[in-house]
Ligand binder design. Structure first.
Ligand code: A3P
Length: 335
């Protein structure tokens, strides 16, 4: 009874209601702080773990490669003339990483150490896939189909296909004598090739295309398509239709006019074919090497570069005819 009277006295003097208001205020303020901190941590989390929808390891990717000077950049630009495809310039880091991975996993000593540490194979493959995909996704604008053109990546076709089971590969093939002439006449550094010697360059070409071709065949015809540069420039209509059929992407005639789309995707100032792929298709690349190979190398060609024959080129022929241009080329080049 005494407490009730005391309480009524406080209410009358307005002291208790003020205390209640302050208490409610403090509680509301604390709740606000709590909610705000939850909200800001979720915003930060979203920012740092933000994934673009195309960063999915199951997604469809296209890899283009081959020996340098085999028309890989031309192939890239023709693909990119399609409104749904983006490749972008060579990333360099992807083949470097693949080379490192090859060294880590083929050196028994290193591999055993990695397995013992739980790094290989699963953790390593997971990290490789995420790194490669992130580079492909983030080095250019989004597109329905992403593609990567780093010529030497196709040394690791089977491994890449294991990382990205829904990927497809285009292996550019070109007469090794033309590629060798291109490398030597332009003084292009390629690995440890001796670019003063046709014999040495052709031997390297042979070894490397042998490896890439095997990788492509092992992956199977649904996964890897070898494309002859000569066919691409002489019969671009049939060849690009075959390529798009393999990719499972509807063909469109824009891919025959890559020069009209030259500036739509980035061309690196550091890539040697950049100026060439801004031009419409031309046929000079087929014959430029005629008469340029030293006679002793021509004499031993079948022995130096047996892959020529395997890929359908005649090593004995010194001025091969690669086929007839199609009507599109005849019209375009006014032949
Ligand atoms: P050449 O140096 O013999 O001219 P890559 O991009 O794989 O390095 O290949 C370069 C080759 O692609 C060049 O070899 C060139 O012939 C060919 N190329 C580039 N643009 C071309 C175009 N517009 N038409 C025909 N061939 C082209």
């Amino acid at each position: 009874m005494k407490f009730l009277l005391y309480f009524l006295k406080l209410v009358r003097k307005n002291i208790l209601s003020r205390a209640v208001i302050i208490l409610v205020g403090v509680v509301v303020f604390l709740l606000f702080i709590l909610e705000f901190s939850k909200y800001s941590s979720s915003v930060n989390k979203a920012r740092y773990t933000k994934k673009r929808p195309d960063e999915d390891l199951e997604q469809y990717l296209i890899f283009v490669g081959g020996i340098p000077r085999s028309g890989t950049t031309l192939m890239r630009k023709m693909l990119e003339s399609h409104p749904d495809i983006r490749c972008g310039p060579e990333t360099h880091v992807i083949p470097w990483l693949l080379k490192d991975h090859y060294e880590w996993t083929t050196s028994t000593k290193e591999f055993v150490r990695l397995v013992e540490a739980g790094v290989a194979p699963h953790a390593l493959d997971n990290a490789m896939a995420k790194f490669i995909l992130s580079i492909i996704v983030h080095h250019g604008p989004p597109a329905k189909y992403l593609c990567n053109k780093d010529p030497y990546s196709l040394q690791a076709t089977t491994y890449l296909h294991g990382l990205f089971p829904n990927s497809k590969f285009i292996l550019m093939l070109r007469d090794g004598r033309a590629s060798a002439h291109s490398v030597i006449s332009k003084g292009i550094t390629v690995g440890n090739w001796n670019i003063k010697s046709y014999r040495d360059v052709l031997m390297h070409w042979n070894d490397e295309i042998n490896n890439m071709y095997k990788e492509c065949l092992t992956s199977g015809p649904k996964v890897c398509l070898p494309v002859h540069y000569e066919k691409l420039v002489l019969q671009p209509v049939a060849t690009t239709k075959k390529i798009f059929n393999f990719l499972g992407i509807p063909w469109c005639k824009e891919v025959l006019h890559h020069e009209d789309h030259a500036n739509e995707t980035k061309l690196s100032a550091y890539e040697l074919s950049t100026d060439q792929v801004k031009k419409p298709l031309y046929l000079e690349g087929l014959t430029k090497w005629f008469g340029k190979i030293p006679p002793d190398v021509e004499r031993d060609m079948a022995f130096i570069a047996p892959m020529l024959k395997i890929l359908g080129y005649n090593p004995e022929e010194r001025r091969p005819k690669y086929g007839e241009p199609d009507d599109f080329v005849l019209k375009k080049l006014n032949i």
